[in-house]
Design a protein around this ligand. Structure first.
Ligand code: DX5
Ligand code: ZN
Length: 219
């Protein structure tokens, strides 16, 4: 089993957009490991969030790796632009394309890391052939599209099953969870085998970002 340090990724979607720069500085000082950006296109998910101009500004303002979560169709058109702004990783949803393998290769060739994301209703079969090629698998613990939703506990079984699959590979694939993550659900996810925690409202709606991040990290 590959022991991996716990990563806490702060999801900017829950930040105060009127003072994004300050929020990024605050969450960085508070000890977040990654800045998670949720790009939504109002096609794949029923919401619009922000796109390249905002992500580019965030990348310039931040010393944290930009963890790009694309909830969009036509991912192939976004790979080069996100590489150009210095994103660390693109995670996409394989059900947006007939050619997930090609997409992984296209992301990889830019030097960025690659993640694949599964919605709560999607079985692990979607990514079994891809695990050997990716750096991260994201198991959505809410239906994608909105922050501030309730954690879906039935995903815990899938987390445990994916943990077992990852542990049979000899590559350090991260197991990320995203949606409704707070100290309590983080602990359940950690016990099931997750090592990378995305948190939006839990961090940005708290009065002490550092204490919240510490609580998540030690969950
Ligand atoms: C949901 C997004 C999440 C969202 C999480 O579609 O992928 O990253 O920001 O927000 P919280 O932590 O508030 O559930
Ligand atoms: Zn996300």
């Amino acid at each position: 089993m590959l022991a991996q340090n716990i990563v806490v990724a702060a999801s900017v979607l829950a930040a105060d957009f009127l003072k994004l720069g300050e929020e990024v500085a605050a969450v960085t000082a508070a000890g977040a490991d990654w800045l998670h950006v949720d790009v939504m296109d109002n096609h794949y998910v029923p919401n619009l969030s922000f796109g390249l101009p905002v992500c580019s500004a965030l990348a310039r303002a931040s010393t944290l790796p930009l963890d790009v979560h694309l909830m969009t169709e036509r991912v192939e058109t976004l790979i080069e632009p996100f590489a150009a702004i210095g994103a660390a990783r693109i995670t996409f949803h394989p059900d947006t394309t007939a050619h997930a393998d090609r997409m992984i290769q296209a992301i990889r060739v830019t030097g960025m890391e690659v993640g694949v994301a599964l919605n709560p209703a999607m079985p692990l079969a979607w990514i079994e052939e891809l695990i050997a090629q990716v750096d991260l698998v994201l198991l959505m613990t809410v239906n994608p599209g909105f922050g501030g939703q309730q954690f879906i506990p039935s995903v815990l079984t899938k987390i445990a099953a994916l943990r077992a699959q990852i542990d049979t590979t000899d590559r350090p694939v991260r197991l990320q969870v995203d949606g409704g993550i707070n100290a309590e659900s983080a602990q359940q996810c950690r016990q099931a085998g997750a090592d990378t925690l995305v948190a939006g409202n839990a961090i940005f709606s708290s009065s002490d970002y550092a204490a919240t991040i510490r609580a998540l990290r030690s969950s």
